[in-house]
Design a protein around this ligand. Structure first.
Ligand code: URA
Length: 429
C-alpha cells in the first residue's frame, strides 16, 4: 500500500480494500505513518464517509491494534456506553445493579470531556477508589465481584489514541464513521458480549439533534452486529440535565440515593431501563418487563447497593469516609413564582465547569466537591424566594460568576410544561 494512493482513494470517494485498510491502521498504531498523511486521510474520511463494511473493518483493525480482553464466565457479560451528558451518573448505579440481577459488567469508562462529566472523575471522588487497575485485576474483579469500573489502559486500542489526538486538532472529530470506530474499538476490546448505547441528543450532548443521534446509534449497532456482539441503543434527551446534581462527589451522593431505592425519578427510570435492556438482550430474562421488574426489586431491597459496596471495597474505595464537601454551598433563589419549564443542560454544564467541576485544559484536575446540587427539574413548582439550586465551590467569586448564567438557564412559566419524554427511542439490530 502506497500511503498517498490510499489517501487519494478516499479523497475521490472510493471504498478501501480490507487488506489496505488493515495495513493502514497497523501503520497508524506503530507510528510508521507521519502525522500529515494520517491527518489528510482523516479529512478525506470526514468529507467522503465510509461504507458500513469499511467502518466494521476499521473498528476491528483498531480494536486489534492492542490487547483484547476475553471472558469465560458463568454469567453473561454486558456493558453500556453513554455518549456523555450533564449530570449523567447512570453508570455508577447501573454497573452494580446489573451485577445484582445476574450480569457480569466489565466497564472501562472515560474522564470528563468538555462540559460533560466523566465516570472516572466521579468514582475518584470516593476516598481511595482506584480506577487504574491492570487488565488482569479488571478480569478477576469482574468475575469475583460481578462488576469492575476502570479507566482506559495504554494497551487497549492504541490506534484510537493516535487517531483521536489527530482528529482533535484537525477538525475531524464530528465524523460518524470515525466516532463509531473510536467508540466501538474500545468497547469491543473490553470484552463484553452485549452492549447498550445511550446515545444522547440535545443542547448538553455531543449530538445536537435526534436525527444525528439516530444515525450514530444505527452505525454503532450495525458495527457491533458485523463484529459478532449483541447491541441495542436508547436515544435519550439531553436538553436538560439528569437528576438534581452536577459535579463529581455530588453525583456520587445522588447515585447512592438511587442505590437506596430513592433519588430523582429521571435517574431511577434511566438506570432501571438500561439495566433491563442489558439483561434482556443478554438473554437473562424472557421479557423486557420481567428484567425491569427484577431490576426494581434489586434497587429497592439493597442488593444493588451491596454490589456497589463490594466493588468499592475491592477497588480500594472507603465509603465510611465522608465524600469531599465544598467550603461554600450557596443558594440561588427564584425571583418569581412559577413552574420550571426548562433547565438548559448546556448552560448548566458550562456553569459547573466554571465552578471547578471539570477541566478547562486537559492537564487540569477537577475539584471533586464543586458543582450544582438541589437543582429544580422541569415540572417543579417554585415560590418566589425559594431555592432553584445550590452552587458549590471553593470560593465565592466562582459562585458569583455563574449566578446570572444559571438564572437565565432556568425558565419559569405560569402554567405547567407538557410532560417530558426522556427515553425517546429504543433501537436494536
Ligand atoms: N468518544 C470516543 O471515544 N470517541 C469519539 O470519537 C467520540 C466520543
Amino acid at each position: 500500500m502506497i500511503p498517498q494512493w490510499f489517501i487519494e482513494e478516499k479523497r475521490d470517494g472510493k471504498a478501501h480494500a480490507e487488506a489496505d485498510l488493515r495495513e493502514w491502521v497497523a501503520a497508524v498504531a506503530d507510528g510508521s505513518l507521519p502525522d500529515y498523511q494520517v491527518s489528510a486521510w482523516l479529512m478525506a474520511v470526514y468529507l467522503n464517509g465510509m461504507t458500513s463494511a469499511e467502518i466494521a473493518i476499521l473498528t476491528d483493525a483498531m480494536m486489534h491494534s492492542g490487547e483484547c480482553v476475553s471472558f469465560n464466565l458463568q454469567r453473561p457479560t454486558a456493558d453500556k456506553h453513554s455518549t456523555g451528558g450533564i449530570g449523567d451518573k447512570i453508570s455508577i448505579p447501573l454497573a452494580p445493579l446489573c451485577a445484582a440481577i445476574g450480569l457480569a459488567v466489565p466497564m472501562i469508562s472515560g474522564r470528563g470531556l468538555g462540559i460533560t462529566g466523566g465516570t472516572l472523575d466521579k468514582l475518584e471522588s470516593i476516598p481511595g477508589f482506584n480506577v487504574r487497575l491492570p487488565i488482569s485485576e479488571f478480569k478477576r474483579l469482574t468475575d469475583q465481584v460481578g462488576c469492575c469500573m476502570i479507566g482506559q489502559t495504554d494497551t487497549l486500542a492504541p490506534a484510537d489514541r493516535r487517531l483521536y489526538a489527530l482528529r482533535d486538532v484537525t477538525g475531524t472529530v464530528p465524523s460518524i464513521p470515525l466516532i463509531t470506530a473510536s467508540i466501538m474499538s474500545k468497547k469491543l476490546a473490553e470484552g463484553a458480549q452485549t452492549l447498550l448505547f445511550d446515545v444522547k441528543f440535545g443542547s448538553g450532548a455531543f449530538m445536537k439533534t435526534l436525527a444525528d443521534a439516530r444515525i450514530l446509534a444505527q452505525h454503532l449497532i450495525e458495527t457491533g452486529r458485523r463484529l459478532g456482539r449483541t447491541c441495542c441503543a436508547l436515544l435519550t434527551d439531553m436538553n436538560q440535565p439528569l437528576g438534581k446534581t452536577i459535579g463529581n462527589a455530588l453525583e456520587i451522593r445522588e447515585s447512592l440515593e438511587i442505590l437506596s431505592g430513592k433519588g430523582p425519578a429521571d435517574v431511577r427510570l434511566l438506570t432501571l431501563t438500561e439495566a433491563a435492556h442489558m439483561a434482556y438482550a443478554a438473554g437473562l430474562f424472557p421479557t423486557l418487563e420481567a428484567a425491569y421488574a427484577r431490576a426494581e426489586v434489586a434497587l429497592d431491597n439493597g442488593e444493588a447497593m451491596t454490589y456497589f459496596q463490594k466493588m468499592c471495597e475491592a477497588q480500594g474505595g472507603n465509603l465510611a469516609l465522608p465524600l469531599p464537601k465544598a467550603p461554600y454551598s450557596e443558594p440561588l433563589y427564584a425571583e418569581t413564582a412559577g413552574y420550571v419549564a426548562h433547565v438548559n443542560a448546556e448552560q448548566l454544564g458550562r456553569a459547573a465547569l466554571t465552578l471547578g467541576a471539570g477541566r478547562v485544559a486537559v492537564t487540569d484536575t477537577p475539584d471533586p466537591a464543586a458543582g450544582i446540587e438541589a437543582l429544580v427539574q422541569a415540572g417543579d413548582y417554585v415560590e418566589a424566594g425559594s431555592v432553584l439550586c445550590r452552587l458549590c465551590a471553593d470560593n465565592l467569586e466562582k459562585i458569583a460568576n455563574v449566578r446570572e448564567q444559571i438564572r437565565q438557564a432556568i425558565t419559569l412559566t405560569p402554567t405547567p410544561p407538557p410532560p417530558r419524554s426522556l427515553i425517546v427511542e429504543v433501537m436494536s439490530a
